[in-house]
Write a protein that binds this ligand. Structure first.
Ligand SMILES: Nc1ncnc2c1ncn2[C@@H]1O[C@H](COP(=O)(O)OP(=O)(O)OP(=O)(O)O)[C@@H](O)[C@H]1O
Length: 282
C-alpha cells in the first residue's frame, strides 16, 4: 500500500551535490559539515502492506520523523519514489495532494495541535467541517469516534480541561474522523506517563487492527515498537538498518548495532514461542 524506493532527504543548500557524494559512499561528518548538509534520510526502501502496523524506531536524529513526513509529502524528497496504492505521490499537483492528505491519510503528532478554545467534539469534527460535512452528520461521527477512543460522553468538554492522555485520544479521534486508510503517528504517546501510555498502546493496537488501518508509527522506544508493531524498521543516521518482526531483530540482528539496540527489549508474548526463543538465545 505504501512503497518507498531509494528515498533520500538531504537538508542543506545544495541537495543534489550532497546526494551525488552520498550515493558514491557514506560521507563522513567533516564532509557534511563542509557542505553544510544533513542526511535526514539516506536511500530508504520500504513497503508497508495494507492493514499492517509498522514502527519506525531509532535514536533521536536517526531520521524517523523525516521518513514519515516523506510519506505524505510534508517534506519533498531529494530523490527516490514514494507510492501509495501504486500511484506516484510525487507527481500530484497541489489539489490532488490536499485531497490525499485530507481523505486518505490521518496524522497524529506528539504535540497534538488541538484547538484549546473548542470543545472535544468540535476538535474531532474539524476535518469534516473543513470538508463541508453538515453539522449533525459531523457531530454524530465525532461522538461515534469518541466512544471508539474511550472518551464516551466527553464531547462537550473543553480540550484544555483534559489530561495529556485524554488529549492524545482526541487527537487520534480527529485523525480518524475522515476515515483515512493510512495513519501516520509521530511519537504520539511519548510525553505520557508509562501506565497511561501502556493503556493507549493496547487500545491503539486493537483499534488500528479492528478498523484495518495501515499504520506507520514512529517511536524511539524499542519496547513500544516491539509491543505494537507487526514489523519494526530500525533506523540509524538516516539509513534503514533492518526491517523485520521483533522476533527477527532479536533472533537475527543484521549487525552489532541492532543487537545492542534490542538486547534489553521485552519481546511481546506472541513472539515468545519456543522456536523464536531458542533462536534468540542461540
Ligand atoms: N528542517 C530541517 N533542517 C535541517 N536539518 C533537519 C531538518 N529536519 C531534520 N533535520 C535533521 O535530520 C536528521 C533526522 O532528523 P529527524 O527529526 O527525522 O530524526 P528523528 O529520528 O525523528 O529524531 P527525534 O526522535 O529526535 O524526533 C537530524 O540530524 C535532524 O537534525
Amino acid at each position: 500500500m505504501i512503497e518507498l524506493e531509494d528515498v533520500w532527504k538531504i537538508f542543506g543548500t545544495d541537495e543534489q551535490a550532497v546526494l551525488a557524494e552520498a550515493r558514491r559512499s557514506v560521507p563522513d561528518d567533516a564532509v557534511l559539515k563542509r557542505l553544510r548538509a544533513v542526511i535526514g534520510v539516506g536511500g530508504a526502501s520500504l513497503s508497508v502492506e495494507k492493514g499492517e502496523l509498522v514502527c519506525l524506531m531509532g535514536l533521536s536524529g536517526s531520521g524517523k520523523s523525516t521518513l514519515v513526513r516523506l510519506i505524505n509529502r510534508l517534506l519533498e524528497p531529494s530523490a527516490g519514489k514514494v507510492r501509495i496504492d501504486g500511484g506516484d505521490i510525487l507527481s500530484l499537483g497541489p489539489r490532488a495532494l490536499r485531497e490525499l492528505r485530507s481523505r486518505r491519510i490521518g496524522m497524529v503528532f506528539q504535540s497534538h495541535a488541538l484547538l484549546a478554545h473548542l470543545s472535544v467534539r468540535d476538535n474531532v469534527a474539524l476535518p469534516l467541517e473543513i470538508r463541508g460535512v453538515a453539522r449533525t452528520r459531523r457531530e454524530d461521527r465525532a461522538d461515534e469516534l469518541l466512544v471508539r477512543v474511550g472518551l464516551d460522553g466527553l464531547g462537550d468538554r473543553r480540550v484544555a480541561a483534559l489530561s495529556g492522555g485524554m488529549q492524545q485520544r482526541v487527537g487520534l479521534a480527529r485523525a480518524l474522523a475522515a476515515d483515512p486508510d493510512i495513519l501516520l503517528m509521530d511519537e504520539p504517546f511519548s510525553a505520557l506517563d508509562p501506565l497511561i501510555r501502556h493503556d493507549l498502546q493496547t487500545q491503539f493496537m486493537a483499534l488500528s487492527r479492528d478498523l484495518g488501518k495501515t499504520t506507520v508509527f514512529v517511536t524511539h522506544d524499542v519496547d513500544e515498537a516491539f509491543r505494537i508493531a507487526d514489523r519494526v524498521v530500525l533506523m540509524r543516521a538516516g539509513r534503514i538498518v533492518q526491517t523485520g518482526t521483533a522476533a527477527d531483530l532479536v533472533a537475527q540482528p543484521a549487525d552489532d548495532y541492532v543487537r545492542r539496540f534490542v538486547q534489553n527489549a521485552r519481546l511481546p508474548a506472541r513472539a515468545q514461542d519456543p522456536i523464536v526463543k531458542a533462536r534468540a538465545i542461540a
